[in-house]
Design a protein around this ligand. Structure first.
Ligand SMILES: [Zn+2]
Length: 127
């Protein structure tokens, strides 16, 4: 079995990449130029997922605006409109909760990365 070695490609922050490289390859998956297209696709999938979340919020807002219009036009029962707006209000709060959880996770990861970079720079001398 061939020995695994580290990728070592310099990253944007100047640190060498510490991912292990598979047998026969010279860089890790993320730094292999052959995978540039895949990386672009992954990035666009992530961007689309984000965009679809805000699309869901827009959809719920549309539903609520239509519900209000229907109520004013007498097309929907007041009780039904009240219950529906409560449900959709809960859905919007769930979206907001989800967004906050994701945001907190992203900040946590960024802080961790910054702390690790700082530790490496200090050479663990002051830790
Ligand atoms: Zn790498």
């Amino acid at each position: 079995m061939a020995e695994a070695h580290l990728c070592g490609v310099l990253r944007a922050n100047g640190e060498p990449c510490a991912k292990t490289v598979r047998n026969g390859a010279s860089t890790c998956w993320a730094h292999d130029p052959a995978n540039a297209e895949h990386r672009k696709q992954n990035a666009s999938i992530a961007a689309k997922a984000k965009a679809s979340k805000s699309f869901e919020v827009v959809q719920v807002k549309d539903i609520l605006m239509n519900l209000a219009a229907d109520l004013r036009a007498g097309k929907v029962d007041r009780g039904d409109a009240s219950v529906l707006s409560q449900i959709y209000g809960t859905v919007l709060r769930a979206f907001e909760q989800e967004r906050r959880i994701k945001e907190t996770e992203e900040y946590g990861e960024r802080i961790k990365a910054l702390e690790e970079a700082q530790k490496r720079r200090q050479g663990f001398s002051r830790v």
